[in-house]
Every structure is written in structure tokens, then in C-alpha cells.
Design a protein around this ligand. Sequence first.
Ligand code: FMN
Ligand code: SF4
Length: 454
Amino acid sequence: MAAYEPVLLKYANQPGMHTLEAYLSHGGYGAAKKALGMKPVELIQAVKDSGLRGRGGAGFPTGLKWGFVPPVEKVPGPRYLCVNADESEPGTFKDRYIMEGDPHELLEGIVITCWAIGANTAYIYIRGEFVKSARILERAVEEAYRHGAFGPNVLGSGFKLECSVHRGAGAYICGEETGLLTSLEGGRGYPRIKPPFPAVVGLFGQPTIINNVETIANVPHIVERGAAWFKSIGPAEDPGPKLYCISGHVKKPGYYEGPMGVTIRSLIHDYAGGMIDERPLKAIIAGGSSCPWIAPDKIDTCLGFESLKKVKTMFGSAGTIILNDSVCVVDAMWNILRFYAHESCGQCTPCREGTGWLAKIFERIELGGGREDDIATILDICDNMRGKTICVLSDAAAWPVQSILDVKNYPDAACFRPEVEAHIREKRCPMGKHAPTRAEGVKQHGRISPRLVT
Ligand SMILES: Cc1cc2nc3c(=O)[nH]c(=O)nc-3n(C[C@H](O)[C@H](O)[C@H](O)COP(=O)(O)O)c2cc1C
Ligand code: SF4
């Protein structure tokens, strides 16, 4: 493992680092002062030059997104920054450690971002379950106001900026950027059709930038150390420091900081201590539950937006889940699908119905009720769920399923499909995970209709 000096979490694990005093002792808010002396266009250009890509899921270039905010002459009225701290993708748990360990790093990023995009109001939309993170952040926001980093005259620059923490109520869909906006406006967290994109028509109908916590936390470092420094870390097309989450069958699951582009092998063995009991790897979910699964022979792939695209998966929100040979493919997929069926907001028929049906069919297959035409039915449902809905939750539920069954479009499916076929053929779970009883399915998963557990 090459030497790497932490950037984002450099101080986060030191006691008391969540306080303003500790943050200032490391030169905190120096980057914000520097940024306030720059022109917004210069800042946007610096972020573009750095190559920073959004850490919330899609990997969209951050500077490019900021540049989409129209000039005030064209669209008058306020601009907003919404920091996406919803962090609900199964397998992802990185943003909370920034918020709890070094909240002022995020707040300083907010000051700089708001200056760059011309926003006088910032909201941090935080996952409802993150009670501890929210308390720490709220305290940090109060401290930042007292320090003059927020308020009517930010760090003596004359720039006005208000910032508040808004707690969600535990819905995964409120992490989707337009669902987040609707929820923040006081409505039910329903996503909206794009275009128009939030950068033009966002919160309360005004231009709005939505960025992930980790994305914003990178910004002070780019301002302080320069775009060239940032670009020199990791692969040129996907540069920068990165927080990796790793869970599943590894000895030391957790969050780790490294450069972008660490290989999956290195993440498992150098960072996470290797496979539990040295058992063989069965499947890799590289970036969180929505990502297509890949086979063990992809272990030397780099973790990055571009490199994972080449092996037909995604980096998503860097929630790597490692499955060993004790895992039943059908059982694991059923687990993922219950989540999506539960979290679909229900606005779009293909998503509302599709997620529910996929969960029900996988449940039935796992419990011994598989039918010959199930795989064809599943792939047909997936086909109807992709690219046909308001947001990509629907696609996100279909991708992993296709990746284990659709051999034509996902070559690695050849690795997983025979196990699903064996469940159907043998009318039982060959791994012995579930006894084929209707009662068990109903008892454990009462929310899924028992009608299909035959
Ligand atoms: C269903 C769904 C859930 C999402 N949840 C999150 C989340 O919890 N946190 C996050 O930052 N982005 C999440 N996203 C991505 C956001 O829509 C958006 O792309 C992101 O916040 C943009 O920030 P970035 O450019 O800094 O990555 C989610 C997307 C979808 C479709
Ligand atoms: S795709 Fe699903 S989650 Fe997204 S808006 Fe439609 S129903 Fe809601």
C-alpha cells in the first residue's frame, strides 16, 4: 500500500476536533478567508481544474455543476446550497464521520461553496437517524456563527450567509436530490422530474446546488493547496482523497481514507485486514446496494467512477460490500430488494409495483416456490423499471438484479445465475439458508404479501 497522508480525516479522530477551538488551532477557516478574497468565477474554475467529482453517488463534476447556476441578471432572487447529509445507501457510512469528527471542515466548505455560487442560505439536510451527528453539527454551526463564519458579515468580508441543520425523518428517498428539496420545502419527499435541474429551478423554485457532505468537505483543501495538488492524488480522471466504506465478510469492516483509485484487493486486504476466516470471495458490490454485482475476478479493479464503469458497475457512494462463499445469492438479493420495495415513494408505477414484485419473487424462489419462467419474468420487470421513472431509485433496484441474471448485458451474471437456477430447479435453497415454509416467509417479512409464498 503506497504511503498516503490523510486529508479529510487528518484530524477527525483526535479528541475534541469537533470544536471550533481545535479547528482554528490547525489553521481552520483560513481557506474560507482566502476564498472570500477570490472572485466566484475563479473559485468555480479552481474546482473544475481540480477534477473533483461528487461523492454522493453519480460522480458528477462539481465545478461543472456549480457553473450551471444562472447569473442573477437572468434568474433574479436567492440561490441556495443544500448539503446532502442523508447518507442512507446500504453499505455507506462515511459522511457521518466527517460531521462528527471534523464538522467545521464541512462548514468551511459551505462558506466557500456559497460564495462561489452566490448563495446566502445553506441547509444541511441530515438523515433523521443521525441524532449524534446532528447535535454535533448544530453545536458547530452555533460556534461558526459566534466566530463570524456565518451571519451578516462572514469573516469580515461583507458577505451574508445563514446556515441551518434540517433533520429528515428516515426516508431513503429524501437523499435523492429533488426528493430532498421537496422535503425541505415541507412536503412529502417526492422526487421531481428533471429537467429542470435544481441548479436552475431548485429549492422554492430558485437556483440551488445540492452536494454531498464529502464533496463539500474537499473544497477547503482545494482552495488551500490548489487544484494541481488535488489532481495529483489518485487517477487523473478520478482524482482526490476518498473515504471508503467496507462491510461484509472482512476482518476489519469500517471507513478508511485513501487516494481515489485504491484497488478492491487492496481495500479488502491492506485496509480491512482480509477475508474473515480466509474464506473465498463470492461477490463484490463495489459502491453500495444499488450497484451491479461483480465477480471475484474483478478484485484488481480500481475503485473509481471510470474504472468501475469499465467492468459494468458503479462507484456510487463508495459503500463496498464484500460477500464470501457462505452467502446465498438469492437470499442476499431478496434482502436488498426488501429495502427498495420499502423505500420506493410510490409515485411511479414501474417502481412502486416493480420493486414489490421483485422482492416477492425472490422471496418465493428462496423459500422453495420458484417457477420455471421466474427469471424471464424478473428480467422483464427490470426492463420496465429502468429509465422509465421520475428518479433512479427504480433503476437502482433493477441494476443489481440484472447483474446476477442478465448474462447478455452483464457478463459477470454467468457467475451468479446458475445458483438462482438451482433454487428454481430444486425448489429449495441449495445453501440451506431458508426452509421452504410459507409460515417463515410470512413471519419474517410480514410486509411482503404472503399471497405469493406458495
Ligand atoms: C434514491 C437515491 C438516494 C440518494 N441518497 C443520497 C444520499 O443519501 N446522499 C447523497 O449525497 N446523495 C444521495 N443521492 C444522490 C443525490 O441525488 C445527488 O446526486 C447528490 O447528493 C449530489 O451531490 P454530489 O454531486 O456531491 O455527489 C441519492 C440518489 C438517489 C437516486
Ligand atoms: S422512481 Fe420510485 S422512488 Fe423515484 S419517484 Fe418514482 S416511485 Fe418514487
